[in-house]
Write a protein that binds this ligand. Sequence first.
Ligand SMILES: Cc1cc2nc3c(=O)[nH]c(=O)nc-3n(C[C@H](O)[C@H](O)[C@H](O)COP(=O)(O)OP(=O)(O)OC[C@H]3O[C@@H](n4cnc5c(N)ncnc54)[C@H](O)[C@@H]3O)c2cc1C
Ligand code: SF4
Length: 439
Amino acid sequence: MKDLPTERLENQLPDKAPLYSHGEAVTEANRCIYCSDAPCVEACPTGIDIPTFIHKIATDNVKGSARTIFHDNLLGYSCSRVCPVEVLCAGSCVYNHWGRPPIEIGRLQRYATETALARDAELLKRTRKAPTGKKIACIGGGPASLAAAGHLALDGHTVHIYEKRAYAGGLNTTGVAPYKLHAHDSLKEVQMILALGDIELKTGVEIVDGEASDGQVSAQTLLGDYDAIFVGIGLGPDNFLHVEGEDGPGVVGATEYIEQLKLDPEAKLDGIRTAIVVGGGNTAIDVARELAQLGVPEVAMVYRKTEAAMSGYAHEMVGARKDGVRLVENRQPAAVVRDGDRVVGLKVRATDDGASEETIPCDLVALAIGQSRLTQLAAAFGEVELDGKGRVRVDAETNRTGNPKVYAGGDCVNGGKEVVNAAQHGKLAARAITASLGA
Ligand SMILES: Cc1cc2nc3c(=O)[nH]c(=O)nc-3n(C[C@H](O)[C@H](O)[C@H](O)COP(=O)(O)OP(=O)(O)OC[C@H]3O[C@@H](n4cnc5c(N)ncnc54)[C@H](O)[C@@H]3O)c2cc1C
Ligand code: SF4
């Protein structure tokens, strides 16, 4: 994997919730009442034993606490920073019913995983089983594949991860808001996973469904070379609006743009005074917040429905407003207005009265209206089915596709959820692969 350039815009954004000190962690841990039917555990897609890991922090057993977390979620470090805890574990903590702040589960999880790994990077390696001689390929180097690879390696298998980009980590590296997780911290987690066992990461290698050329390997070759395959390819490129004036400089796909802000040392925001983000989901909120925090003076989100109908989390929208982002509801883009090459405005049509139009002046339009699917690749393995929305169909218990040798997980299966869901899919698939190989 290439080294990350140090001069990147995302480095201007500090951690939103810095690492707890020892005293803060123990004090917060001691607030937990260790509910026996803990609703926080029920709300965690990976089922981490939350009261147990918190109790271990309270008794100063940080290594034990991290082991409890990693047992159910090998991506427990990034999840502690990126999970929407407000709607998952902490959102269901009993304290919410008593009018008190819920336990800061995410920050405690970060304390346990980050502190334990800093003290002992080989924390989990010692639990690895004897080599089985079985070889598994993971396609994609994002959270789903990393979780699968880590669990498979701990089960004693050889794992090869194929990642088409220069860096692994998937959206943790390229997409997640920097104030939650910087790319260099995501790559730290990748290294932690790679150290778990016999895992080789091949970056800059794309798996293709047809004939392979340089830097590519065909799906058929993988089928022949490996005992099992895990498909964790995520989603495809950003969708576009297909309106007049859209093609050209100044109109960007949100995820591609966020990737530039995070990784590209050449990315600059010079000359951007007003940016418009189109969309009402979490990606729209993220790019709007990032632009505002990086100093763009005017940032507005344009959404075709009302705030109540937005798929983005309410707590993120509260944060966006604090960052100075303005929300324009009930407006649908009709055209991008240019002066020569330069974007000068977005013409929008009202969706509540269906007729009136106005042009909002701007010099950047970021489109966050969903991503396409890459799943034809999975279908190329044969016997793998896609659903009507282009998602890979899997068995919910095992994450196995219709092809007994092929498993899949993460965004390519659920259409785009959270890192923690991808981690759970990877874990389920790894357990099922080990069982199917009789190892
Ligand atoms: C802008 C943005 C912000 C987000 N913020 C959060 C957040 O704060 N918290 C949260 O929990 N979730 C967040 N998510 C969602 C989360 O990032 C995803 O759910 C998660 O990363 C899915 O993991 P994955 O492994 O399925 O896919 P990805 O993370 O997309 O990884 C897939 C990997 O596969 C590679 N790949 C694709 N095709 C091939 C091929 N043919 N050959 C080789 N490699 C290939 C890709 O390059 C990529 O690295 C965010 C998503 C976006 C878009
Ligand atoms: S619900 Fe809250 S108090 Fe109860 S175990 Fe979970 S974190 Fe602790």
